[in-house]
Design a binder for this molecule. Structure first.
Ligand SMILES: [Zn+2]
Length: 386
């Protein structure tokens, strides 16, 4: 296996690399990103990068690569994930791993989300590596974005990962600058009661009735929170409920899993505190107790639309021929949620591909987008690091 990365300034190199990445299966689960991480590290090392493989075990690994002086300009960190979601049950028009180019598009699993973005990042990095950089250019290529967070967490735990910088996550935005991302807080509300035979229900304390009494009030606490101008309100979706063990028993256990998507600027700690207060005030049946456990906590972020990094990216995008560069927001989370835990960064999401096609059958990416992405990342690197 070899990564084809000539010094070509036309679009052929980025399209060829994106196709190669699509053909290299990294469906998560299980992921199997280690061979691809090693291959990319090898080719970046050949281009002069210092590279580190961050091993997550079980065939999983991320790649951290950097070039340029450690002192000087603020680091530019380009981030992409190496894994993809499964291909699903529905048949595809083409083999999802054939990486067919047809109708001006590259087709296949991961083409939009986000091997196209990774290819553009790597090609831009190769171009920038040949220039007299005055600050660090860092590539953070993560495993395990689609299922877990091992990749991003492993990257920021690495001693070589910069603690400040401009962070560009190349997830698909149709090459629009993504300046805000919602947070995701997943909680489980657990109710404990007292079991009893259904014929003597008055001797029990029903956990399921506690759930029914409490959950509307718990979910409602997000309603008065301020909405974000781009991303809208914070939502609390009671995604799953369960409880009890038999039709003829009083339930001694019940649970609800709630998916909270927070608008930037809204604190997860404050949401949790308000939910705990609502739970404590809920009219639970006598003998029923409840508690909230946090299952997953991914922060939101927001960068001001007039931040110098946004303006620099918009200039780079316009220069690369991207027709529409007004900022957008992302309702879904990306690796930015984890990477921002590594220090003090200005974050943006911007990459090739159609956001609505991520995780879909017949996923594809316009090849023009790939070329523009590589050109835009290159131009941004020149502006920030030369
Ligand atoms: Zn993605």
């Amino acid at each position: 296996m070899s990564v084809e990365m000539g010094g070509s300034t036309d679009g052929a190199a980025v399209i060829a690399l994106a196709a190669h990445l699509v053909r290299t299966r990294t469906v998560n689960p299980p992921g199997d990103e280690a061979p691809l991480a090693a291959e990319l590290a090898g080719s970046l090392a050949a281009a002069g990068f210092a590279t580190h493989i961050v091993d997550h075990g079980a065939g999983r690994a991320s790649c951290l690569a950097m070039i340029g002086p450690a002192e000087g300009r603020r680091p530019l960190i380009l981030s992409g994930h190496l894994d993809t979601v499964p291909i699903g049950e529905t048949p595809w028009q083409d083999d999802p791993f054939s990486a067919t180019v047809r109708d001006g598009k590259l087709w296949g699993r991961g083409s939009t989300d986000m091997k196209g973005g990774v290819a553009a990042i790597v090609i831009a990095a190769r171009r920038l590596a040949g220039l007299p950089l005055r600050g660090p250019l860092v590539l953070a290529l993560s495993a395990d974005e689609e299922v877990g967070t091992a990749g991003a967490r492993g990257l920021i735990a690495h001693p070589a990962f910069p603690r400040t910088g401009a962070l560009i996550v190349g997830e698909p935005t149709g090459m629009r600058p993504g300046i805000a991302e919602k947070g995701a807080l997943w909680i489980e509300v657990r109710f404990t009661g007292k079991a009893a035979h259904g014929a003597y229900a008055h001797e029990g304390a029903s956990a399921t009735m506690g759930l029914i009494a409490a959950m509307p009030g718990v979910a409602e606490v997000v309603r008065p929170l301020p909405a974000h101008p781009i991303l809208g309100p914070t939502t609390a979706n009671i995604a799953m409920i369960g409880g009890g063990s038999a039709p003829n028993m009083v339930a001694d256990r019940a649970w609800a899993k709630v998916d909270i998507r927070s608008a930037p600027g809204t604190s997860h700690a404050e949401i949790l505190a308000a939910m705990r207060t609502a739970l404590a005030a809920a009219p639970l049946p006598a003998g029923v107790h409840a508690e909230i456990a946090v299952m997953s906590d991914r922060r939101s972020f927001e960068t001001a639309p007039d931040d110098p990094l946004v303006l620099a990216l918009q200039r780079a995008l316009a220069g690369a021929g991207v027709p529409e560069t007004d900022p957008v927001g992302l309702a879904y989370y990306t690796d930015a949620a984890e990477l921002l835990g590594g220090g003090d960064y200005t974050a943006l999401i911007c990459g090739p591909g159609v956001p609505g096609l991520a995780h879909q059958v017949d996923e594809h990416v316009p090849v023009d987008d790939l070329v523009r992405a590589a050109d835009a990342y290159t131009a941004l690197g020149r502006e920030l690091l030369l």
